[in-house]
Design a protein around this ligand. Structure first.
Ligand code: S3P
Length: 177
């Protein structure tokens, strides 16, 4: 099967703690592609860390920076792109991502997400009294957007290597040259 998406990027979407950054880094290395994380682009371009962007400027300002970062990286080719968990909540972002490659949605159970995220404090949306309820609530609200991905992989019981292998297999089928 061939694919007419000439930029051939691999774009990873999915909730916080589903493994986008870990898998993306490993995968890029494995396939000889370049890894980029849109959260890093946002921090570099704004000169602010994400916690401060949320607290000082508000979520809408963050989402505007996120849309700009997605547009920027989508112009590049042969990239493995990890996006922030909320990158899909604007349909325009999904459209731009779709035009630049294949979208893989990583998923995990709320319990696994909680386990993987609870020891960190760099995610403003999870700095709440009841993070597990917040995770369940946001997962439910975002499902309609995540479901637009081309492929979904549940990472709850898989290693980083196993997830990367699955993605590389699908990517190879789509972009065999
Ligand atoms: C967010 C996820 C974070 C980061 C920001 C908002 C979200 O990225 O973009 O804190 O809305 O789910 P990760 O999914 O890489 O943690």
């Amino acid at each position: 099967m061939t694919n007419n998406k000439s930029k051939k990027n691999i774009i990873l979407v999915g909730f916080m703690g589903t493994g986008k950054t870990a898998v993306g880094t490993y995968l890029a290395d494995m396939l000889g592609m370049t890894f980029v994380d849109t959260d890093d682009v946002i921090e570099q371009d704004s000169g602010m860390i994400i916690n401060d962007i949320f607290s000082d400027m508000g979520e809408k300002y963050f989402r505007d920076l996120e849309s700009a970062a997605i547009e920027k990286v989508s112009k590049l080719s042969k990239m493995v792109v990890a996006t922030g968990g909320g990158a899909v909540i604007r349909y325009k972002n999904i459209e731009i991502m779709k035009s630049s490659g294949i979208i893989f949605r990583l998923n995990a159970t709320p319990e696994v997400i909680f386990q993987r995220t609870s020891q960190f404090n760099h995610r403003p949306l999870l700095q709440v009294d009841d993070p597990i309820s917040q995770i369940r609530d946001l997962l439910e609200k975002r499902e309609e957007f995540y479901s637009k991905a081309d492929h979904t992989i549940d990472t709850s019981l898989l290693t980083v290597e196993q997830v990367a292998d699955k993605i590389a297999g699908i990517y190879g089928l789509n972009f065999s040259s």
